[in-house]
Design a protein around this ligand. Structure first.
Ligand SMILES: [Zn+2]
Length: 473
C-alpha cells in the first residue's frame, strides 16, 4: 500500500513538475539566480542546470540504523534533501572561489563530490558501525546524527533548524576532504554575531599580541555612526533617476571603504588574518502566518549578491531549495521527485542535475527560512556588513553578541597544512584530467526535449485539478 502511494505521489510530482517547467518563460523585469543576473530565459536554465539537485530516492537498502525498514525517503526527506543541496552548492562554490577549480571541468572530481551524498550508504546502514563513513553527507549519516541529537527516527520530518544543526555537527566533527578551508556558522532568529564570523574566518579566538584589542562592540558603535541605512531610504524616495543612482553607487563604495577602515581600527590586524572561507547560514522567520512583503523585498536584495548561495525554504511542509528570483517569483529546485537509488555512475550524476526551473509565487513562501551566504574573504564580509546595514530600516537582521556561541578551538597550523595539500591535490587532478565531457548539459538539448512536454501538458487538465488530486492522496 505504501509502495502504491509512493508511485502515485511520484507520478503527480512528475506531471506537476513538467507542467510548471516554464522553459519559454520570458523575463519581464529582472532576475537573479545564485547572484547572477538573469536577462533571458536561457540564463535561467544555464544557471539552474549547473546547480546540484537532490531528490527523494527509493530502493536503497533499509536504513538499518534504528531498526527501520524504510527503503525510501519519499514523503518525509525533503528538508534533508534541501540541506544536501545547500551543502553541494557550498562545495561547488568553495572549489571555485577558494581553490579556483571548476567542478564541471573535471568530471572525476564532480563524481567524487557527489559521492559525499551517496544515497546507498551501506557503511552507515550497518548495525554497530565503528568507522565513520566516507560519505560525508549521506542521508543515513544525517539521520544518525539527528537520532543521536534529538532521537529523530527515520520517517520523521526535519525543521530547517534541525537540518542546519545536523550539517553543522557533521562538519565540526569530521574531516571531510573537500570541506577543507571552509568554516560554517549557523545563526538563529535573524541575529548575527560578527565576532563568530571573524573568529571562524581567521581561526583565532582573540587578539593575543596585546597590542590592540578585538572589539566588536566598538566596531559596531562606529558602524552605526556611518548611518548607512539612511542613504538607501533617500535613494528609494528619489526613485530610479540616473543621477541619484550614480551618487548612490559612489556613496556605497565609500561606505564599504569606511567599513574596511573600521575593521582595521578595531580588529587586530596582526592576529586576525583571514585564512579560510566561511559559510553563514541565517535562519529567520519573516512573518507569523503570512510573509512580510518588506522582508521578501530584502531577501530579493540579498539574492542579487555574489555571496548568496541559496535559501532553505519552500511552501509550508514542502521544502525547496530556493536559488533566486525572476520577476515576482522565486526560482526553486524541488526535491519532491522520486528517483531510483541504484543507478550506474553516469546515470547517477545526470540524476543529480535538474532539467528544469520551477517557479513559486513569492506570496506562497513559508515564513520559516534560512539564507545561506558563502563568504570567500574579507571583501565578501565587508559587502555583507554593508548590505545588512543598508536594510536595517526594516530590522530584518541585527548584529548581536550571542552568549551561547563559543569558538571551537581548531588546530590552525594543521588546517593551513591541509589547505596547502588540498591545493596540490587539486592541481594534480587538473593536470591528469583530460578535458573530456561526460555530462551533456547543453541548453539546446533540454529546450528541445521539454518543448514537446510543454506542448503535451498544454492539453492536460489545469493545474488546480492536479493540485486537488494531490490533497486527496
Ligand atoms: Zn593581536
Amino acid at each position: 500500500m505504501q509502495q502504491i502511494g509512493h508511485q502515485i505521489l511520484s507520478k503527480w510530482y512528475q506531471t506537476n513538475y513538467n507542467y510548471r517547467a516554464l522553459f519559454q518563460y520570458e523575463v519581464k523585469e529582472e532576475g537573479y539566480i545564485m547572484g547572477q543576473l538573469i536577462e533571458r530565459n536561457e540564463d535561467i536554465l544555464n544557471v539552474v542546470i549547473h546547480t546540484i539537485r537532490f531528490t527523494y530516492r527509493q530502493g536503497f537498502q533499509a536504513y538499518q540504523c534504528q531498526d527501520s525498514a524504510l527503503t525510501t525517503d519519499s514523503g518525509w526527506g525533503c528538508v534533508i534533501r534541501v540541506g544536501q543541496m545547500m551543502m553541494a552548492e557550498l562545495l561547488k562554490r568553495h572549489l571555485k572561489c577558494f581553490y579556483n577549480v571548476d567542478l564541471f571541468s573535471i568530471p572525476r572530481l564532480l563524481q567524487e563530490v557527489l559521492q559525499l551524498f551517496k544515497d546507498d550508504d551501506e557503511m552507515e546502514s550497518q548495525k554497530g558501525f565503528v568507522r565513520p563513513s566516507k560519505y560525508g553527507f549521506s542521508i543515513q549519516k544525517i539521520m544518525r546524527v539527528a537520532y543521536k541529537e534529538w532521537g529523530k527516527k527515520p520517517g520523521e520530518w526535519y525543521s530547517p533548524n534541525q537540518i542546519v544543526q545536523a550539517i553543522y555537527k557533521i562538519l565540526s566533527e569530521n574531516n571531510i576532504t573537500y570541506c577543507c578551508g571552509l568554516g560554517f556558522v549557523p545563526f538563529y532568529e535573524s541575529q548575527i554575531d560578527l565576532r563568530a564570523i571573524f573568529q571562524e574566518m581567521c581561526m583565532v579566538e582573540n587578539c593575543c599580541c596585546q597590542q590592540r584589542t578585538f572589539s566588536i562592540e566598538q566596531f559596531l558603535r562606529a558602524l552605526e555612526k556611518l548611518e548607512i541605512g539612511k542613504e538607501e531610504v533617500v535613494q528609494v524616495m528619489h526613485g530610479n533617476d540616473s543621477i541619484s543612482d550614480v551618487c548612490y553607487d559612489d556613496q556605497s563604495e565609500q561606505n564599504k571603504k569606511e567599513i574596511g577602515n573600521l575593521i582595521k581600527k578595531y580588529i587586530c590586524q596582526k592576529c586576525f588574518i583571514p585564512i579560510r572561507a566561511v559559510t553563514v547560514c541565517l535562519l529567520s522567520r519573516i512573518g507569523c502566518d503570512q510573509p512580510n512583503p518588506d522582508y521578501i523585498q530584502a531577501i530579493r536584495q540579498f539574492m542579487k549578491k555574489k555571496y548568496f548561495a541559496g535559501m532553505l525554504g519552500g511552501r509550508p511542509k514542502e521544502a525547496n531549495f530556493i536559488v533566486g528570483f525572476v520577476d515576482n517569483k522565486f526560482v526553486v529546485l524541488d526535491p519532491h521527485l522520486v528517483q531510483e537509488a541504484k543507478m550506474n555512475p553516469e546515470e547517477y550524476i545526470k540524476s543529480c542535475f535538474p532539467g528544469e526551473a520551477l517557479f513559486m509565487s513569492d506570496k506562497e513562501i513559508d515564513c520559516s527560512l534560512g539564507l545561506v551566504f558563502y563568504l570567500n574573504n574579507m571583501d565578501d564580509l565587508i559587502e555583507l556588513i554593508y548590505d545588512i546595514q543598508a536594510h536595517q530600516q526594516i530590522n530584518f537582521f541585527s548584529f548581536a553578541h550571542l552568549q551561547h556561541w563559543k569558538y571551537q578551538e581548531t588546530k590552525k597550523e594543521e588546517q593551513l597544512q591541509n589547505i596547502k595539500e588540498m591545493k596540490e591535490f587539486l592541481s594534480e587532478f587538473q593536470v591528469q584530467q583530460q578535458q573530456q565531457q561526460i555530462l551533456n548539459l547543453e541548453i539546446s538539448t533540454y529546450q528541445e526535449a521539454h518543448q514537446n512536454e510543454i506542448e503535451y501538458f498544454d492539453q492536460q487538465p489545469i493545474l488546480k485539478e492536479i493540485d486537488s488530486s494531490y490533497e486527496e492522496i
